[in-house]
Ligand binder design. Structure first.
Ligand SMILES: CC(C)(COP(=O)(O)OP(=O)(O)OC[C@H]1O[C@@H](n2cnc3c(N)ncnc32)[C@H](O)[C@@H]1OP(=O)(O)O)[C@@H](O)C(=O)NCCC(=O)NCCS
Length: 169
């Protein structure tokens, strides 16, 4: 298998990102969304990230290879004093999970946030998502709170765990 490469997402990655995200929407409780994204919404999402100089990173199978996963961050909450606080999102293609790709993407994303002067990164993780909890805790995210029954999906309540990583020493 070619070595994984991580790079900034391009507009041409929209379809690959959309497929990965929509799988998570339809088949997992990792995302509290019910409706798959259409092409226009995905293109607009990427454009908005670029406009706000927020990163979207993709992991590919070598240069020019297929997109195996992506990650991003954005504002935690939409008020000015949250300026230095971001919340992340990370998704790996279903057939590529458990191969260390999430680790590579998350390490790159937190490193980027640090060099951009951000202060803390939040992850909101469904309490049953063992893989994501492990991924984040192994990279220094610590638990900051539990919201019971924060979501309703697949006809059941979902608890949400907040974790955070301080980015500056
Ligand atoms: C959660 C997710 C991002 C993790 O990425 P990944 O590439 O599959 O994970 P990695 O292979 O990099 O493994 C990261 C760590 O989690 C562990 N892990 C992976 N899959 C696991 C599982 N199913 N259960 C428990 N731990 C698991 C790995 O052993 C590794 O731990 P280590 O550092 O001790 O070796 C990915 O599985 C995914 O996209 N899932 C669906 C969408 C999702 O849950 N997104 C996150 C929303 S908060």
């Amino acid at each position: 298998m070619p070595q994984i490469e991580i790079r900034d997402a391009l507009p041409a990655d929209a379809e690959a990102i959309r497929a990965i995200y929509n799988d998570a929407v339809l088949n997992t409780t990792a995302v509290f969304d019910y409706t798959p994204r259409d092409v226009a919404a995905q293109v607009a999402w990427l454009a908005a990230k670029a406009e706000q100089t927020l990163p979207v990173l993709v992991a590919t199978d070598g240069p020019g290879g297929a997109v195996a996963g992506y990650c991003s961050y954005g504002p935690f909450r939409p008020w000015p004093a949250y300026l230095y606080t971001v919340e992340n999102a990370i998704y790996i293609a279903p057939d590529r999970r458990g191969q260390g790709i999430g680790k590579l993407l998350l390490a790159r994303l937190t490193g980027l946030a640090r060099t951009r002067g951000l202060h803390t990164m939040i992850a909101g993780i469904t309490a049953e998502n063992a893989a994501s909890l492990r991924l984040h805790e192994a990279q220094g995210f610590t638990r900051a709170g539990l919201i019971r029954a924060a979501g309703w999906k697949f006809e059941r309540w979902l608890d949400l765990v907040f974790l955070q990583k301080m980015l500056q020493d």
